[in-house]
Design a binder for this molecule. Sequence first.
Ligand code: ADP
Ligand code: ASP
Ligand code: MG
Length: 404
Amino acid sequence: MNLIVMKFGGTSVGSIDKIKNVADIVIKEAKLNKLIVVLSAMSGVTNEMQKYIDDVSSDEKIENDLILTSGESVTVGLLSAILKKRDIKSIPLLGWQIPIVTDNNYQKAKILNIDKERINEFLKNFDVIVLAGFQGINQEGHITSLGRGGSDTTAVAIASAVDAKRCDIYTDVDGVYTTDPNIVPEAKQIPKLAFEEMLEMSSTGAKVLHTRSVELAMKNNLVLQVISSISKKPGTLILDDKKLIEKEIVSGVSYSKNESKITISGIPDRPGISALLFGLLADQNINVDMIVQNISQDGITANITFTVPNDEVNLANNVLKTNINKLDFSSIKTDKKVSKISVIGMGMMSQSGVAKKMFKTLADNSINILAISTSEIKISVLIDEKYTNIAVKSLHEAYNLKVK
Ligand code: ADP
Ligand code: ASP
Ligand code: MG
């Protein structure tokens, strides 16, 4: 028998009926293989937990992660109970029981270690492990969370640790699409994608897979399958690019509204200033993404614009204001109403004109570009948030990605 990891997201376990449907899928697979089934909380539950935290304005990191990860305990208990009723030898486990050991970065903890021996012990006695996604435990013994959408990462980390034969990510869409099918109905399902492309798509906003899960799969060369828990259609395989014969120039368009823009004006234009500025933010674990610097009109000072995730903008603002004496800038402005739009494709490496088409398409729709960043296989632009949908739709059309 092989060992398979199956992960079911919030929408796949959003009600008792849906959990029973998951049980059907699991039981079918359990006839052939040993299974580790990783679950999210019921859809919406983690948001509800976040609201409770906000309601009491809790800044307590230990308590917040404990609350945030509680929804997963419910779904794990429910599925395992249903499986047992149907004569499957199942055991429900939370992250700390493996344990999945993480660092101390509450709300975005990184997995440091997974006890493989202990998993093997459980597998000797049980046919199915039902494991809570999203949860870890740090070395001080407190529960941590892996970041929103993090149960994909639990699944991939476990699959890598135990050398699973397959890692299937079940969700509410039948694979990865050329863009979010919920905003562009003409989006096309992509049968195969390279790790690198998926990594760029996730990190630029395609939430169908948690970015770190793709990073981990790529590092361990673990093939992922994104598949529907509802339809029986074949899913998307995410694998090593060498196995892809035909490389698309642009394979997808993604967007993220989870961006805030910070502009610092009148900062001294001298060596070391960026190191100091971004060093202060890095010390607080703030993720800086796009950066634009230009000289002020006076020719002596500079203006620096950069983006951070929405939930880190207040912290970033405070850190910079607290250090105004060191940084010596004249003003700081933040803007949450921006959005990052990206086009991604392995074929871009050998093709010119991709950026030109992107800028022209946005210009034709009177959309102003606030910042640009590129990698070998990605171009991202920052725009006013209100143009997100029109930008995604028109770029999807411009690169001919629609279902023919
Ligand atoms: P789960 O609860 O299963 O983890 P998520 O909501 O995290 O599901 O991810 C699935 C959702 O990702 C889809 O419903 C879809 O709206 C969104 N999505 C965004 N970009 C894409 C894309 N390029 N392809 C497929 N889905 C996408
Ligand atoms: N329940 C968590 C969330 O909503 C983790 C996940 O769904 O992957 O972010
Ligand atoms: Mg998800």
